[in-house]
Design a protein around this ligand. Structure first.
Ligand SMILES: [Zn+2]
Length: 412
């Protein structure tokens, strides 16, 4: 295993800037030593990186993506400094395949998954997948999704997800209310409060966090009452005190996914243009596209208000985008930069707060003890960028080097 010394870097450790001229030694895939001032002497056969004028950060994390079996998503993410993604509904078999790949290769982002979401018959997301997917044998695939009906089916579902490597649970609370799509049933069937409670309880009994898809205030309150630990989207409706109190009661976090809200409502086209400018071909087209499925009654401005108000109320914000191959307006990695830019420029975050939301805050809330911070003993999943993204969030795009497990897999 290689040894690397990164010298003279501004160090953002995931929480704050701990040094303006610091030194980090990486050995056997982990951060072995940090010196905030005094230079470290390089051991024999050590690669030395002069990081003057650059900032060293923990690898970024996207707390909401859909990987499916799309290895390219993981290859692209890491090019943008995203070293871990959280997969929010996937086939168990596909996650196992993907997990085997991320265990073998450092040049892809790592994946934590919930495997199957807690789905019910004809509910979310089958209602939308049936409308938008061109996939052959789609019904075969959907027929394997959980069809939760009672406590026994829920316990069985959690046990099988765990056996497939799931580390958290994703609940679905979506009646299609905000969308203009021609769903066969309106409202789209949703689980009862009693069922969502049983899913949350079974997750907690198995030591797993429960996060939920919800897009409206009503659905958000429903899953918070069921006891979820976090929301996988911010609500698109104007925020009110009841929502704030419900978040506080659970100490719940929110993963805003402004990127997908903007694609759904067809807003932020100019900023999508900006973040697509470095891309080419199908990648660029994918990011420039948009879903345009939100009813005109709703605007992303309410989402900005939700996020900034929740943040001011002390609710944890975890960076996530809902990037997937099926969702135009998103692109692995580039969408994280876009999401962070919107936190700063639309929701009143400081650049530092935005970066915290994509690093330490996620590992803190999801309980991943091995990454997300520049700390001795943690994995050397690191990003070096030119300039200072803790003061100017645009600098996060100036990627110089990305390390995963101590291996420099991106060099610009
Ligand atoms: Zn999603």
């Amino acid at each position: 295993m290689s040894v690397t010394l990164i010298s003279n870097a501004r160090i953002f450790d995931g929480v704050s800037v701990i040094s303006e001229h610091g030194h980090v030694l990486v050995e056997s895939g982990r951060i072995s030593q940090i010196s905030l001032r005094e230079p470290l002497s390089p051991p024999a056969d050590c690669a030395v990186v002069d990081a003057s004028g650059c900032t060293l950060l923990p690898g970024l994390i996207d707390a909401h993506v859909h990987v499916f079996r799309d290895v390219q998503l993981l290859e692209t993410a890491i090019q943008h400094g995203v070293t871990t993604v959280l997969d929010m509904h996937n086939e168990r078999e596909w996650f196992k395949e993907i997990n085997a790949i991320t265990n073998q290769r450092n040049d892809v982002a790592d994946v934590k998954s919930c495997c199957y979401g807690a789905t019910i018959k004809n509910g979310w997301p089958s209602a939308i997948v049936r409308l938008v997917s061109q996939e052959q044998n789609l019904e075969d695939r959907i027929s394997k999704w959980p069809n939760l009906t009672d406590k026994k089916s829920i316990e069985d579902y959690i046990a099988r997800n765990r056996a497939a490597g799931a580390t958290f649970t994703k609940l679905m609370q979506e009646d299609g209310h905000t969308m203009t799509l021609p769903f066969p049933e309106r409202p789209v069937p949703t689980p009862s409060l009693e069922m969502q409670k049983m899913i949350v309880d079974a997750s907690h009994e198995n030591g797993m966090l429960a996060v939920a898809h919800a897009l409206t205030n009503h659905s958000t309150l429903h899953v918070l009452r069921a006891g979820v630990d976090g929301l996988a989207h911010a609500s698109i409706e104007p925020i009110n005190e009841e929502i704030i109190q419900a978040f506080k009661k659970n100490n719940a976090f929110v993963i805003p996914t402004l990127v997908i809200h903007a694609s759904s409502s067809g807003e932020e086209q100019e900023t999508r243009d900006r973040f697509a400018s470095g891309l080419q071909g199908p990648e660029k087209e994918h990011l420039l596209g948009c879903l345009h499925i939100t009813s005109e009654k709703f605007s992303i401005k309410s989402v900005y208000e939700q996020v900034s108000t929740l943040k001011k109320a002390g609710i944890d914000i975890l960076c996530g985008t809902d990037t997937s191959i099926d969702l135009p307006g998103t692109r692995a990695g580039a969408s994280v930069h876009h999401e962070l830019w919107m936190y700063v420029n639309r929701c009143g975050f400081t650049p530092l707060e935005a970066l915290v939301s994509a690093t330490s805050k996620i590992v803190d809330r999801f309980g991943f003890p091995d990454r997300g911070l520049i700390q001795e003993g943690r994995l050397a999943d690191l990003v070096l960028v030119a300039g200072n993204p803790t003061e100017s969030i645009e600098a996060i795009g100036n990627i110089k080097i990305v390390w995963r497990n101590g291996e420099a897999v991106v060099k610009n």
